[in-house]
Every structure is written in C-alpha cells, then in structure tokens.
Design a protein around this ligand. Structure first.
Ligand code: GDP
Ligand code: MG
Length: 445
C-alpha cells in the first residue's frame, strides 16, 4: 500500500478517544471562525476552553474525522451559551403573562429597528395571538417618528395612540397606559427614541419611562450588523435601564450573528426575537441552534456528524472498512452502502453537506440520484450472481441483458449503475481526503 493509503486507513482504524492534538487543531480553526463572526475575544476564549475540557477523551465517532467531531462539540456548546440548553426554552418568545394591559418597552440606539420591530410585534400579536394591541411612539426628538409608527400601525391593522404635539415622552407613556386601561387593550407597545450613540440623556429618559410604566418586557433592539458595538450597547442598556430580552435585527444581512453570543454572555438577557427584513412579517423566533450554526459557519459539518452518529451502523461500517482494506469492496458492499445512504437521505444531500464537493454534487444531481433510484439499483444488484457482484468487470453485454431482465430494468439502467459504482469509488476517494470514512476499490486497491 502507498503511504497515502496508509494515512487513509490509519484514519479509518482510529479508535478510542479524541486526543489533545485533534482538539487543539480543530479549535484553532474554530477560534478564527468565531472571531470572524464578531464574537468578542473573551467569549471566544471561554467557549474554546470549555470545549477543550469537554472534548478531550470523548469517544470517537468512527465515520467522521476528529476535527468534525470537535466542531460538533463546539456547536453544542454554542447552542447552550445562546440559551438553548434544556430547561431554557421557557425564556424564549415574549412573556405576556401579566394583567392587561401588558406594557412592552422598546429601547435601543437610533436606527436599530425599534419602530419597525414594534410594528412587527404588533402585527404578530394581533394576527397570531388575537391580542388587542396599542402602539405608542414616545419619540419626540425626530419630527417624523410618531408618523412613522402611525403608518406602521395602519399596515399592521392595530391602533396607534393619537398624536398630541408638545407632550413629553413621560406624558405620552402615561396617556397610552390610561387609554389602554379604559379601552381594554391587552398589550401596549411603547416605542422610545434612540440616539446615535449611548448618552446619559437617553438613558435617563428611558429609565424614567420604565420607572413610570413598569413594563413587563423591556426589549433591547440591536442591529446584528454592528458587531462588537452591539455588545457595548447591550452592556450599557443592561446597566443603566435593565432589559428583559434582546431583539436582534438585520439578521437578513450577512452578519454572522456572533454579537448574539456576546450580548447574551454580557447581559445574561435572552435573545427573544429576530428581525429578518424590512417587511412587517419579517419577525422570527430565536432558535439557538440556527444562530449557532450561522456563527460557526460550519453548520453543514454539524448536521453531517449528527446524521452519521444517528444512522451509521458501527459494526457494519467496521466490516466494510475491513473489506476495503483488503481491496474487497464490491457491488455487494455497494448495495449495503446504498442502504445506509437511503437512511441518511439522498446522496446529493449528504454531499451537499461536505465542503468542496460542489462539482460531484452537481454531477450526481444530474444523474438524479434520489432514494427511489437507489432502491432500483439495489434491485439490479439483487439480480446479479455473487461472482458478478464481487468482480463487476466481468459484466459484459449478455450479462447486462440478463440482469436487466431479471430486475425489470433496462440495459441503460444497468450501465448507469455500473458507472455510478465507479463514480462512487472516485467520490469516496474525495471523501477520504476530506477526512471522511469512505469505501473504495479499483484505483486505490
Ligand atoms: P429605530 O430608529 O430604532 O426606530 O429604527 P427603524 O425601525 O426606524 O429602522 C431603521 C431602518 O432599518 C428602517 O429603514 C427599517 O426598514 C430598517 N430595518 C429594521 N429592521 C430591519 C431588519 O430586520 N432587516 C432589515 N433589512 N432592515 C430593517
Ligand atoms: Mg424609531
């Protein structure tokens, strides 16, 4: 065997536990990914330390590389840090569990999306939760702000508090609560003014409104695109005002969302909602797992490891690996592989999860290799003699006709299968290069 092959088999044979080198190597890559995603350095350090302790000594899942397994462990730690741990689910989404009218106070810097989010929440509460919602703008600093909220209220088909010129934010807030009590509103959303940067006057104004209205939820709205600044903003609002939850907007942009992790770490407040566009229905619940995979930028590897851990039959895989080592991987084994793949979803789906195999994936998609075809291929292999399965090279024209007739397939389908078997061998080579366990024969044997 060539040395390259030895490397592959080494990896396949690898047993036991993740060692320090595996983990350190993988974590180097992870650290870069997290920093690129705007996760604050201290948060990155804390997370990677936690993962190191957890990963070293863990039993290796045989069908994935140690690096991939470490990435999955990082992912799980991220989900946990984002509030996805067990028993944490109750915090997600708005808490409206209070006597009506329930005040919700929206705070944050100017342009972060407070007014838009107020409209989005109002729409959701009216349409989905059948709540009677009153919107009130406390933004007396920008002339058009109150009109903006009025328009949004119109689009969300909820009421907005009539505008009275010259009132202070505190007066507007008091009037809003008054109207809400008299007219039996369920929820009052108080949209405050922001500033371009944090200043004492802003904090004092917001804190005064909060003291007067005693909101059940104080939602800090932050722009995901502001990265590290978002973390400073969150810290300041948590210190000076106190928030019960965070809404992260502009997740429809290309920010990877690392700010969510840092904000959560710094404030301890849960991320409750996501803004994913300018439209009023672009409001999403926060799913820690989705953001985690976005932060890490390796979500595909994570799902690959999950699927592998779930579905690959270890004993079967070991048997196949042993055969492969002896150069005995044949159509019989291919049929078994087909079954495994059937369990994991379509082959192109699996390939789509691996980085750098776009071309093969496209080819396989051309070949339309879905589960139905896999079943048909299994039937074709079933019509072969044991000898044919062991040495496919002997399958020439007359054998092809017999096999086709026996399985109710056409000769073209038999040809396609044989070609796919070859393609698969080539693909497995690629997968091995990527650190995947793979099955192969021919070229490498
Ligand atoms: P405010 O100053 O905090 O009240 O911010 P606004 O609600 O007025 O929003 C400022 C701008 O950001 C507006 O043009 C909104 O349409 C836009 N915006 C708000 N939320 C989102 C979002 O989730 N995604 C995108 N792409 N734009 C948003
Ligand atoms: Mg506004």
């Amino acid at each position: 065997l060539s040395s390259k092959l030895n490397g592959v088999f080494d990896r396949l044979r690898r047993r036991g536990a993740l060692n320090e080198t595996d983990v350190a190597e993988a974590l180097r890559e992870v650290r870069v990914a997290l920093l690129e995603a705007d996760v604050a350095l201290p948060v990155v350090k804390e997370l990677t330390n936690k993962v190191r302790d957890r990963a070293i000594g863990q039993e290796v899942i045989r069908s994935v590389s140690p690096a991939q397994q470490v990435i999955k462990i990082v992912n799980d730690a991220l989900v946990e840090a984002l509030g996805g741990g067990e028993g944490d689910t109750g915090q997600r989404g708005l808490d409206l569990n209070a006597p009506s009218p329930v005040p919700i106070l929206m705070v944050g810097l100017q342009g972060s999306g407070k007014t838009t989010t107020s409209g989005k929440i109002a729409l959701r509460l009216r349409a989905r939760d059948r709540k009677k919602v009153l919107l009130a703008s406390l933004d007396v600093h920008r002339p058009a702000a109150q009109l903006q909220l009025e328009q949004l209220a119109g689009r969300a088909e909820v009421t907005s508090l009539p505008i009275i010129a010259g009132q202070s934010p505190l007066e507007i807030a008091a009037r809003a609560m008054d109207v809400a009590r008299r007219e039996l509103y369920d929820v009052v959303i108080l949209d405050t003014a922001g500033r371009l940067a944090i200043d004492e006057a802003l904090m004092a104004e917001v804190a005064a409104v909060k003291a007067a209205t005693k909101p059940h939820e104080t939602l800090l709205v932050v722009d995901a695109m502001t990265g590290q600044d978002a973390v400073n903003t969150a810290r300041a609002f948590q210190d000076k005002v106190g928030v019960t939850g965070i809404v992260m907007t502009r997740v429809d942009g290309d920010a990877r969302g690392g700010a969510a992790l840092s904000m959560r770490a710094v404030t301890g407040a849960p991320i409750k909602l996501l803004g994913a566009g300018e439209k009023l229905d672009a409001l999403e619940d926060f799913h820690p797992d989705r953001i985690a995979s976005r932060i890490l930028g390796m979500g595909d590897i994570v799902s690959l490891v999950e699927k592998a851990a779930e579905t690959i039959d270890k004993a079967e895989a070991e048997k196949l690996a042993a055969k492969m080592q002896k150069g005995l991987f044949d159509l019989e084994d291919y049929a078994k592989q087909l079954q495994q793949i059937g369990k994991m979803g379509s082959l192109s789906g699996i390939l789509g999860m691996l980085p750098g195999v776009g071309k093969i994936k496209a080819q396989l998609e051309d070949a339309n290799l879905d589960t139905k075809i896999l079943k048909r291929q299994a039937a074709i292999i079933g019509s072969m003699t044991p000898k044919e399965r062991r040495t496919p090279d002997i399958i020439k024209a007359s054998r092809k006709r017999r096999i086709a007739a026996g399985s109710g397939a056409t000769v073209q389908e038999v040809n396609r299968l044989l070609k796919q078997f070859d393609d698969m061998s080539a693909m497995m080579k690629r997968m091995n290069k990527l650190g995947q366990k793979g099955m192969m024969r021919g070229g490498l044997a």
